[in-house]
Ligand binder design. Structure first.
Ligand SMILES: O=C(O)CCC(=O)C(=O)O
Ligand SMILES: [Fe+2]
Length: 330
């Protein structure tokens, strides 16, 4: 059984009186492991079932059919397909292949014209036209869930519910949104589908099929975060850790590869606006620095710069060849 709490988001929509209790539960989860399940999120289960079925069809296709979407075609927008072993975590190739999506931006968008990395159009398979509307609809629904969770996180920190929207994920800046579909083939030998890492931004929401394999490094050791029907896994990223001076934890996690069955997972990363600088909350200023104990020995608290700069530094490590190619073009 999983030790992670299951939190019902519906009070945030329907029952302000119960929202305080939910905020306290969010605070406890963010202080402890930084991971929790959410139910009452309002995602359409039929849409998710469609996404899963289409994703299975995509990954069952021959590599030659997927090549048209290979990430180098996406250029600096960093979209498209990467093959098994094509992404590194802590320098080691992961046992997964995947599709990368982000906010769909037209070629005449000012940031795309200016060549800002990670901005642009998604790559879609011409031979699976149903994928586009389904992915875009799921992303839109997940963004609403993420804003709702952030309302709860704001309340849990004693801030106004709209605080994140005003400062980091709305207002003049757009949130940075990345959506991925991962296929972890069953492996003959035990191994890692994704090596130990933390997520970079504010929140990650994870839809997963029924196979399992996600593990979380809690203060009590590694535990499984198995799939629970109808629930999403939610975890907080480095920027919430930074914002709270480590009071809330961006917790290492990893995925054990299954030797029995292929697995699909669908992480959605809901992060600060590209140009936002994450300034720690006033009461966070005196808390200790975290570098000594972090998985990558990098201090998210000592970092100075925009979220976009932080993210680019991370992408350079997981896709070094692509990063070098984009830099050469700049
Ligand atoms: O596939 C999963 O369960 C988790 C993936 C993950 O941790 C990530 O993409 O950051
Ligand atoms: Fe992750």
């Amino acid at each position: 059984m999983s030790a992670l709490p299951v939190l019902d988001l519906s009070p945030l929509r329907h029952d302000p009186a119960a929202a305080d209790a939910l905020a306290r539960a969010i605070a406890a989860a963010c202080r402890d492991s930084g991971f929790f399940y959410v139910v009452g999120h309002g995602l359409d289960p039929t849409l998710l079932a469609r996404l899963e079925a289409l994703s299975r069809r995509f990954f069952a296709a021959a590599d030659a059919d997927k090549q048209a979407l290979a990430m180098h075609h996406g250029g600096r927008a960093w979209r498209g397909w990467f093959p098994l072993g094509g992404e590194l975590t802590s320098g080691q190739p992961d046992l997964k292949e995947g599709l990368y999506f982000g906010t769909e931006l037209p070629a005449d968008h000012p940031r795309v014209r200016a060549g800002v990395p990670l901005h642009g159009a998604n790559l879609w398979p011409a031979w699976l036209p149903e994928l586009r509307p389904v992915v875009l609809a799921v992303m839109a629904q997940l963004a609403e869930v993420a804003q709702l969770v952030l309302e709860g996180v704001a309340r849990s920190l004693g801030l106004a519910p709209e605080w994140f929207r005003v400062h980091y994920t709305g207002g003049t800046g757009e949130p940075t949104q990345l959506f991925r579909i991962f296929h972890y083939p069953a492996t003959p030998q035990p191994g890692w589908g994704v090596g130990e890492h933390t997520d970079y931004g504010l929140l990650t929401l994870l839809v997963q099929d029924d196979v399992g394999g996600l593990q979380v490094k809690t203060p009590r050791g590694w535990i499984d975060a198995p799939p629970l029907p109808g629930a999403l896994v939610c975890n907080i990223g480095d920027m919430l850790d930074r914002l709270t001076g480590g009071w809330y934890r961006s917790t290492p996690h990893r995925v054990r590869a299954s030797t029995a069955r292929d697995r699909l997972s669908f992480p959605f990363f809901f992060d600060p606006a590209w140009d936002a600088e994450i300034v720690p909350l006033p009461r966070a200023a005196d808390l200790p620095d975290d570098a000594a104990e972090r998985w990558d020995s990098a201090s998210v608290h000592a970092f100075r710069g925009t979220y976009g700069e932080y993210l680019l530094g991370k992408v350079a490590r997981v896709f070094p060849a692509l990063h070098a190619a984009v830099k050469a073009e700049m």
